[in-house]
Write a protein that binds this ligand. Structure first.
Ligand code: COA
Length: 174
């Protein structure tokens, strides 16, 4: 016998997670995290944020479409939505148990830890789950991909083909 009382979830209904980000643009690293998340949760809501600290290259509509184009046929398990306001409020209202964040390197940890603790302080019912990015993607970020594409660098294999095309067209324009 032990004093420890195991936590028993209230219901066995489907498990939902929110995967937030700016996704300017979505990369194969993000897709890797989403596919890992799908093995843990029934449904993932990809929440596209307009981070005021960032000046996105692609409009919100373009980012939403680029993400939706990655998941045609998987609409029963993936939803793509824009999020304004507090992320944890959004997650709670959508019935999500967790916020998924990807970790690429130790340098990601400080910020992610702070964000997770602040989110938990605001809304205790929503946990943050960290997933490790596949080794192939640890060096990429949306910024480094845009930087390479801006100067004509080949980013194929790092982003989905339709995103690669979008980047090429964007930087070809005068
Ligand atoms: N593969 C490749 N790149 C990855 C990655 C992965 N697995 N995981 C993260 N990144 C990159 C992103 O591409 C991004 O690169 P960039 O800076 O070059 O654009 C960077 O890591 C981190 O960005 P991202 O994960 O998109 O987060 P963000 O900092 O842009 O946005 C939010 C963070 C959206 C979660 C945060 O701003 C938020 O919660 N906003 C809502 C308001 C709110 O609730 N704030 C918190 C109050 S406590």
């Amino acid at each position: 016998m032990t004093d420890y009382e195991p936590f028993v979830p209230e219901s066995t209904s489907e498990s939902i997670a929110v995967y937030p980000g700016t996704f300017d643009p979505i990369t194969n690293g993000h897709l890797d995290i989403i596919h890992r998340g799908l093995s843990l949760f029934d449904r993932i809501i990809i929440a596209v944020a307009s981070n005021p600290a960032k000046q996105p290259l692609f409009s919100l509509e373009e980012r939403l479409k680029m993400i939706r184009d990655c998941f045609s046929g998987e609409e029963t398990r993936i939803e793509v939505e824009d999020v304004t306001g507090l992320l944890v409020d959004f997650a709670y209202k959508r019935g999500a148990k967790a916020i998924i964040r990807g970790l690429r390197a130790v340098s990601d940890f400080d910020y992610e830890f702070q964000l997770a603790l602040m989110n938990r302080r605001i809304e205790r019912e929503v946990e943050t789950v960290f997933l490790m990015t596949g080794f192939r993607w640890i060096f990429i970020s949306s910024s480094i991909i845009k930087d390479a594409a801006r100067y004509g660098g080949d980013v194929s294999g790092l982003v989905p083909d339709h995103v690669c095309e979008k980047l090429r067209n964007r930087y070809l324009q005068p």
